[in-house]
Ligand binder design. Structure first.
Ligand code: WT7
Length: 702
């Protein structure tokens, strides 16, 4: 054993703490034209949001909203880590995103819908029209469904105007919406219906994706069945038709259960529903996210703090003005869409674009035609999309007509090379870029440059946002110094208004997942004793910029979306012949990471190709196509420790073409070589030191 690994073992530390070699990138300055018009150009802002002024600094965000009852206390830390924000105030999120803009912006577009078929003209919906539609939908939810404040309702909607209309109608009543990403399977949706205790499912018949009108309604039948088997009865399935008056799904309607929303709405034409004044701490929505164990976590977000935080960060980091046309190319079914397509932009009276389909349909220049036609000047996307657009059309964007003042990247680390391509080709050296690091749990951005104030550094998210105080801890809870070249677990020392309230129905899991590891004193009501652990490896450079290295747990970030390896393993294990399954992340040029599956089979397993296709089907059906494995390796046995644990770390190394390190202490070292020959063939393997940190450390917690 080398000295280095021996001392690492003695101090109980992991690879994550050992020096990360990475070249310092050169800075890019924000363009003067951007600085001149920016919402935030006051260099004192970090001072104003500094620890001395915490938590009162966040009044500045709360004051961007209309409160029907003003709050007096900013932060209540009485029961850590269940922080309360603006807790004696009352407000309504729908009023803040719609009604209050009618005076000044009644006839301005709130949302512009772009359907995937390019012959369809975009549909602009004014604030007035949004107000009318949301009121009618709220009347339907209240009077037809009998839904009231605090009830949960599951939405499984694709990217059309019906989705924000439904969300805002729920918010108007104080009903807690739980939107499930449209690409998730019926079973995933059913699980979330059960967990949230929803009696209604709101879905759609069909939507366009990559040139096909996809049957979405078929998933509703599976969702209802899954929920009912788990003990949650669904009273009604409410269906938005993609083309009102026409049925676009071949799946039959279920008599007495299924109803068409656009038909029903005729009964509520012209109705108005007073927005219900909600306590600031009332939950606004649930957003399910994958964790280390099998069951997805319902991240519960509050009304007041959440809306204040997304409004503030949309204004200062996204630099949204009411005059801007803003396009976030994410799906509303993820937190990015909730915070930065719907709630943040609409709270600021912006015009927010909703695109139904695939960015590269019918070709990779579609986004630039949309941007030009609508006059989009703020563009928001993921590294995965940047990589895909680059591969398909490396020189095209610079010759295309888009003109952005501001661009965002979110969801995964972006390689400096891809960043520079984004900057030069898509931004044409004219747009400022923000690389925003955050999570489903955090409601809004945590680290990013302030676009007019900070220079950009490719590959680094940037400093912390105003009012966010990060720290990097090593395995033993000691602080990793800035500029030390070492990485550790990034935590946020303080609460902030956008942080989730809890995991729906599971307070203990909330505490255990995010706070247990580094809590200094569980009896303390001082927030300083309760750092929030994000689950990401990170390092801080000398200049204070944070570089996020990826997950430190068993989560695979596919195209900026978290998938739990345990969820995928459970899906594989439902295939009859599969005895054991292990899922590991593999580096992918476009998607960042993709899952690779290893399975061992029971004694009289059948045809191997047939087993593989059943595994793929199980992943598609139980999670969604996003979880589809890159490769399935059927192995004679899993590499195991003497105590019988599967060594996922070894499999991850093999899948990524790296050396496996010392395996002599395993119970079955021979099998490693066998698997290696099978998967890597004759290819010489790379040193594991060349692997990204999340891959190198994968499975260390096993
Ligand atoms: C995980 C959160 C936040 C909305 C989309 C994903 C990774 C997110 C960045 C970034 C490097 C990033 C982290 C994080 N991540 N943004 N700018 N640079 N990594 O939300 O599904 O909750 O995933 O995405 O690993 O923990 P999510």
């Amino acid at each position: 054993m080398s000295d280095k690994s021996r001392s690492a073992e003695q101090s109980g530390s992991s690879e994550a703490q050992i020096a990360v070699h990475w070249k310092e990138e050169k800075y890019f300055k924000p363009p003067q034209s951007f600085i001149e018009q920016a919402n935030l150009s006051d260099p004192d802002v970090r001072e104003r949001f500094g620890e001395r002024n915490f938590p009162d600094c966040f009044r500045e965000y709360a004051d961007l909203l209309d409160w029907s009852k003003p709050y007096t206390e900013v932060l209540d830390t009485g029961k850590p880590p269940f922080w309360k924000w603006f807790a004696d105030g009352e407000l309504n999120a729908c009023h803040n995103c719609v009604d209050r803009h009618l005076g000044k912006y009644r006839n301005k577009a709130a949302l512009i819908f772009v359907s995937e078929p390019e012959d369809d003209a975009p549909v602009a919906m004014t604030y007035q029209e949004l107000y009318v539609r949301v009121n009618e939908m709220a009347a339907l939810l209240r009077d037809y469904c009998g839904l009231k404040a605090g009830d949960r309702v599951t939405l499984h909607l694709p990217m059309t105007l019906d989705l924000p209309i439904t969300m805002l109608a729920c918010a108007r009543l104080g009903v807690v919406h739980s939107q499930v990403f449209g690409g998730f399977s019926g079973q995933s949706c059913g699980q979330r219906i059960e967990d949230s205790g929803s009696r209604y499912l709101i879905t759609a018949d069909a939507y366009w994706r990559s040139g096909k009108l996809i049957d979405h309604k078929e998933k509703a039948d599976i969702a209802v069945k899954t929920a009912e088997e788990a003990g949650q009865k669904v009273d009604k399935v409410l269906i938005w038709q993609r083309y009102p008056g026409k049925n676009s799904s071949p799946t039959a309607m279920v008599e007495g259960r299924d109803v068409i929303i656009n038909d029903l709405l005729k009964d509520y034409a012209g109705q108005r529903v007073e927005p219900v004044a909600m306590n600031a701490e009332a939950p606004l929505f649930l957003m399910y996210s994958s964790g280390t164990t099998g069951k997805p976590k319902g991240c519960q977000h509050r009304t007041g703090g959440y809306l204040a935080y997304v409004a503030g960060t949309s204004k200062y980091i996204e630099d949204i003005h009411p005059e801007d046309t803003y396009w976030c190319m994410a799906d509303i079914g993820w937190i990015t869409g909730h915070s930065y397509i719907v709630y943040g932009p609409l709270a600021l009276a912006a015009t927010s674009v909703i695109y139904e389909g695939t960015p590269t349909f019918p070709d990779a220049r579609r986004p630039w035609r949309i941007a030009e036609r609508l006059g989009v000047n703020i563009f928001h996307t993921s590294p995965t999309a940047v990589r895909a657009l680059r591969r398909l059309d490396p020189e095209g964007p610079a010759q295309s007509p888009q003109q952005f003042k501001h661009m965002t990247t979110v969801g995964e680390p972006i390689e400096p090379e891809a960043w520079r391509w984004y900057y030069h080709q898509i931004g044409k050296d004219q747009a400022v870029i923000v690389d925003t690091w955050w999570q489903t749990e955090t409601g809004g951005f945590l680290c990013s440059t302030i676009p007019a104030l900070d220079d950009m550094k490719p590959g680094s998210a940037g400093p912390a946002l105003p009012g966010i105080y990060p720290v990097i801890f090593d395995e033993n809870g000691a602080e990793v110094a800035r500029g030390s070249g070492r990485a550790g677990n990034i935590c946020i020392r303080n609460p902030w208004p956008g942080i989730m309230q809890t995991i729906w129905g599971d307070d203990q899991r909330f505490v255990d997942t995010y706070y247990k590891r580094y809590c200094r004193n569980t009896d303390s009501t001082d927030w300083r004793d309760w750092p929030y652990m994000a689950g990401d490896g990170a390092m801080q450079a000398e200049d204070g910029y944070y570089r996020i290295l990826g997950r430190v747990d068993d989560v695979i970030n596919v195209s900026g979306h978290r998938l739990g390896t345990k969820e995928i393993e459970s899906a594989c294990l439902t295939v009859a012949d599969v005895a054991e399954a292990a899922v590991v992340p593999v580096v992918d040029e476009i998607k960042g990471r993709v899952p690779d599956v290893y399975v061992s089979l029971g004694s009289d397993a059948g045809d191997l190709e047939d087993i593989k296709s059943r595994i793929i089907k199980a992943c598609d059906d139980m999670i969604g196509k996003i979880a589809r494995p890159r490769q399935i390796h059927i192995v004679p046995d899993m590499p195991k420790t003497r105590s019988g644990k599967i060594m996922r770390r070894v499999l991850a190394a093999i899948s990524n073409g790296a050396d496996t390190g010392d395996v002599t202490t395993l119970a079955n070292p021979d099998v490693v070589e066998e698997i290696q020959n099978m998967v890597q063939g004759e290819n010489a393997s790379k040193s594991s030191a060349d692997m990204p940190d999340d891959i190198r450390n994968f499975g260390n917690n096993d």
